[in-house]
Ligand binder design. Structure first.
Ligand SMILES: C[S@@+](CC[C@H](N)C(=O)[O-])C[C@H]1O[C@@H](n2cnc3c(N)ncnc32)[C@H](O)[C@@H]1O
Length: 245
């Protein structure tokens, strides 16, 4: 998979590929992340990427020409990419969108700045993505968020089992996790996790996932299609609640 991020602040974005799981994925050749300086696609001495808005008003607008120049040279070299514009007006990024994007092999992410990008750039945009209902100063952080979430879903980047267990994958939040020491400040690791009984552990984890989801994200739980393990876990949860009564 090739992800290319187009920005006027390349140094800010370069870090996305330098740490942890994403760095490993790059090192192992599972993804190629490139950062392009939009100013390299300007033609004037000052490498201008913005101009005053037609109709007046405050702030500046990103000019269309550098985006088109970048896009045309990119298509010539790497073929037609799936172009994402980071925008507070886009569809709100979530796990499903990350999964959808992880199946594409050629993605370009455009980072806006100032008051946004000249509307005519929409001609080369396939998708507009927002990372939430608030306004950031630029698209760099959203581009990094999207890249990070997408890369970890590319097959081979993270162990399949970890992905399958994590929050949102099965419509549930992840279960609690523990590591050593066994006892910390008077709190012990639940005994079931030391039992070695994989079936009991699986049902306990699912019960805890269901509990967390009901408490923190009931909106997710109501949409969940229950499977056999969920049903056993719910019985366990009832037993636990009965004991507490
Ligand atoms: C200051 S914002 C422009 C906002 C624009 N005037 C509006 O109200 O829709 C500058 C750039 O930051 C990025 N941006 C800001 N908030 C964002 C968000 N919530 N999600 C994704 N991108 C965002 C976009 O690339 C945007 O073009």
């Amino acid at each position: 998979m090739l992800i290319t991020i187009v920005t006027i602040f390349p140094d800010m974005v370069e870090v996305v590929k330098k740490y942890g799981v994403v760095a490993k994925a790059v090192e192992n050749g599972l993804v190629d992340i490139r950062v392009v300086n939009l100013r390299d696609y300007t033609t004037d001495r000052h490498r201008t990427v913005d101009d005053y808005p037609y109709g007046g008003g405050t702030g500046m607008v990103m000019k269309p020409e550098p985006f088109f120049r970048f896009y045309e040279s990119y298509v010539e070299r790497y073929g037609k990419p799936y172009v994402i514009l980071t925008s507070p007006q886009g569809r709100t990024f979530n796990y499903e969108i990350a999964e959808e994007l992880s199946k594409k092999d050629n993605i370009v992410i455009l980072c806006g700045r100032y008051e946004g990008i000249d509307e005519r750039v929409m001609e080369i945009v396939d998708d507009e993505i927002s990372i939430g209902d608030y306004i950031l100063t630029g698209g760099e952080l959203p581009a990094m968020v999207i890249t990070d979430a997408v890369v970890r879903l590319v097959p081979g980047v993270v162990e399949k089992e970890s992905v399958e267990r994590e929050s949102f994958h099965q419509g549930l939040l992840d279960h609690p996790v523990y590591t050593r020491p066994y006892e910390f400040r008077g709190k012990r690791v639940p005994d079931v996790l030391l039992s070695g009984d994989h079936e009991r552990i699986e049902i306990w984890r699912r019960k805890e996932s269901i509990k967390k989801t009901i408490m923190k994200r009931p909106d997710l739980f109501v949409k969940k299609q229950l499977d056999e393990v969920d049903k056993l876990a719910i019985i366990e949860l009832f037993k636990e609640l009965m004991k507490e009564c």
